[in-house]
Design a protein around this ligand. Structure first.
Ligand code: GLP
Length: 242
């Protein structure tokens, strides 16, 4: 069943999402956590860090799993998912390297990287909580339109739209990579808790399709409606269905 939470603004959205993640970790300190990189989760991540600083939760026993990455980029590359997560999440929380498992998108054999991720994820029993953003084209992670429902981690050719929007993460002189690696829909659907966050007018049509459109690979986020407890947290701008 899908629960839709409409927040007053970005700050409230960030706090509601943070509280849900914190609840999971309070209940299970060694939880397996996957948080998208990008603009949307930044506010929630700040709240997670603050909450550990004030002693209400401790993330240091959690396992963190990477959701996606641009081909050829790693943690030292500004704009990569890893760079963002290291600086905003892992370092401020003091997460040990052993508890971080992300894609090495600089690896020569990316299919092998995906297999390693699949094996690791199944060996630790899958995700306890996944916090996902949504692309303007409806992607989740880098599961682009046309993605398979039962897919695990895989290499993907990125939509032109994704590359275009992705420019915001990188220096203006750099073209975003044309490929990426991502966890698959099956692994996201298998998570005990899935939270999707979105804000702003630019996400409105993607949110509408996710919540009310046909469940279809053409709109990957809609597939999350198959999850038994999907929580969608959005602001009014992203929700206005008129
Ligand atoms: C990106 C990422 C996703 C992210 C989504 C939305 O391309 N691959 O993991 O959730 O698109 O990003 P943003 O929150 O910056 O709008």
């Amino acid at each position: 069943k899908t629960k839709v939470n409409i927040a007053d603004g970005y700050d409230e959205l960030s706090w509601i999402a943070a509280e849900s993640v914190i609840q999971t970790v309070q209940h299970k300190p060694e939880a397996v956590v996957c948080i998208a990189a990008g603009d949307t989760p930044a506010g929630m991540i700040d709240y997670l860090v603050q909450s550990q600083e004030n002693g209400s939760v401790d993330f240091t026993s959690c396992q963190f799993i990477g959701l996606d990455e641009w081909e050829g980029l790693g943690e030292s590359d500004a704009g990569s998912c890893q760079h963002f997560l290291r600086h905003h999440l892992f370092q401020p929380l003091g997460i040990k390297q052993d508890n971080i498992h992300v894609f090495d998108a600089k690896a020569e054999d990316l299919d092998m990287e995906c297999r390693k991720m699949n094996d690791h994820l199944s060996s630790i029993g899958g995700l306890d909580v996944a916090v996902l953003g949504i692309g303007v084209n409806g992607h989740v992670g880098f599961n682009e339109p046309g993605t398979s429902l039962d897919g695990e981690a895989h290499v993907i050719s990125l939509d032109e739209k994704t590359q275009e929007v992705g420019r915001k993460y990188f220096h203006s002189s750099m073209n975003p990579p044309q490929k990426g690696v991502t966890l698959g829909m099956k692994q996201l659907l298998d998570a005990s808790k899935v939270i999707v966050i979105a804000n702003g007018i630019k996400k409105r049509s993607a949110v509408r399709d996710m919540l009310y459109g046909e469940v279809s690979p053409a709109h990957p986020a809609s597939i999350l409606r198959y999850h038994s407890s999907l929580s969608v947290i959005i602001d009014r701008e992203a929700y206005d269905m008129t």
